[in-house]
Design a protein around this ligand. Structure first.
Ligand code: NAG
Ligand code: NAG
Ligand code: NAG
Length: 395
């Protein structure tokens, strides 16, 4: 108690006399009466003032280097990331390594946009970090159940596993793999109705193999899937399944939509067909599983990427982003070692770009509470794949 008090008063004394000393140095001969101090402390205080000035100078110099963003420092940081990420990539046997010509050079590193391999390394690194986050455990982890194994398609000939995530150009990827498996000579020759008919298209699901065969493939094959902004994906699923295309898949409009409306419609006098608001309230309900069970595998269009592909349990080789598919598709083909055999069909310009206006438009009029509950369910997907939290909808 006593020593603490002494220290305290010492600190105050120190601060006041320091101020006095600086004042005296700056305005010689103008020291006010209250700042006069004992000559005995004079030299000691001068020394302290010098340290203070040096300290301030160091703080100031930090700001200066920050302002004049040093391109070399940026490059060095990227290089560090690259060096730390590479050993991890080689952790799984059979995992693909970066070909020599793709390794970033010092020149590429100074660009503001990350060179391709680095982007993909960072995505995997982010997933590893988010998977370790205990607070997100429920939202990032899932069992590698039959449901997950049903989502993964197998190309044994080229040792590739592809986890299907609807609404991100999956039909095209399936076509690529169907051709590789040899059932059809080219993408153009695959009839549309065969793409999703797994009896006829020669593209088996991982679930059709025995446990040891499954493990072997999960350990050694090249594995990938594609993601996009989670809310934009839900809008796309809603439009595709409930608004535009109910003719070929009548069950969405005639069974699933009425089921959602019955349970989640707020305004009982409203008689219109399913609205995006009903859909959001269903997805954000912590008890959504009651309806999910009735809807069967149709839920693949709106359950989380975590539930579809188990990204924390299965160590994927590459995660493609729909928003950068022009770069990601060729990269995936190259990494999978099939770029000389197939090419990804041309991507119509503009369709993969994130459209904030569209997202705002769809969520207009939906209560913040419902949007927050929706985010609470999809937070794992946002975090794992590096999508920005949509604060413009939540606040
Ligand atoms: C988190 O997971 C545990 C165990 O699976 C489960 O009992 C619990 O309900 C989950 N919590 C939430 C908020 O989903
Ligand atoms: C409920 O829906 C009806 C019919 O569309 C509409 O006239 C009414 O304004 C709605 N009520 C509320 C509170 O939104
Ligand atoms: C974004 O979406 C809105 C509304 O759906 C549409 O009018 C607009 O053309 C879209 N913008 C782009 C760049 O695609």
């Amino acid at each position: 108690m006593e020593t603490q008090k002494v220290q305290c008063s010492f600190l105050y004394c120190f601060r006041d006399s320091l101020a006095a000393e600086v004042f005296r140095l700056c305005f010689p001969g103008r020291i006010p009466e209250w700042l006069a101090f004992d000559n005995m402390h004079h030299q000691w205080l001068l020394l302290a003032a010098c340290f203070w000035v040096v300290f301030m100078f160091m703080v100031a110099s930090k700001f200066i280097t920050l302002t004049f963003k040093d391109p070399d420092a940026y490059g060095a940081k990227q290089e560090f990331l690259f060096l730390t990420a590479v050993p991890d990539a080689g952790r799984l046997p059979g995992e693909k390594h970066f070909p020599e010509e793709l390794q970033p050079t010092g020149k590429m590193l100074s660009h503001s946009r990350l060179p391709p391999p680095l982007v993909y390394m960072e995505r995997l690194e982010l997933i590893r970090n988010v998977c370790r986050d205990e607070t997100l455990k429920n939202l990032s982890h899932t069992a590698v159940s039959k449901f997950v194994l049903d989502r993964i398609f197998v190309c044994d000939k080229h040792k590739i596993l592809f986890c299907q995530t609807p609404k991100v150009g999956n039909t095209q990827w399936k076509k690529v793999l169907i051709v590789l498996n040899g059932a059809f000579p080219s993408i153009e020759e695959i009839p549309e109705n065969v793409v999703h008919d797994h009896e006829k298209n020669g593209l088996p699901r991982l679930s059709s193999f025995s446990d040891t065969e499954i493990q072997k493939r999960l350990k050694t094959y090249f594995k990938f899937f594609i993601v996009r902004d989670p809310f934009e994906r839900l809008i796309s699923a809603f439009k595709d399944k409930f608004v535009h295309n109910p003719r070929f898949e009548p069950w969405y409009r005639h069974e699933i939509a009425p089921g959602i409306i019955r349970k989640y419609r707020r305004n009982r006098t409203e008689t219109r067909g399913i609205q995006f608001e009903d859909f959001v309230r269903y997805l954000g309900d912590p008890n959504h599983r009651w309806l999910d069970l009735q809807f069967g595998d149709h839920i693949i269009h709106w359950v989380t990427y975590v539930e579809l592909c188990a990204p924390c349990e299965i160590k994927y080789s590459v995660i493609g982003h729909h928003e950068t598919l022009e770069d990601d598709a060729p990269y995936i083909l190259k990494e999978a070692g099939i770029d000389h055999l197939v090419s990804y069909p041309t991507i119509p310009p503009g369709i993969t770009v994130y459209n904030k206006t569209k997202v705002e438009h769809y969520f207009l009029g939906i209560s913040k509470r419902d949007i927050r509950r929706l985010y609470a369910r999809f937070e794992g997907d946002f975090k794992l794949f590096g999508y920005q939290k949509p604060d413009f909808l939540l606040n």
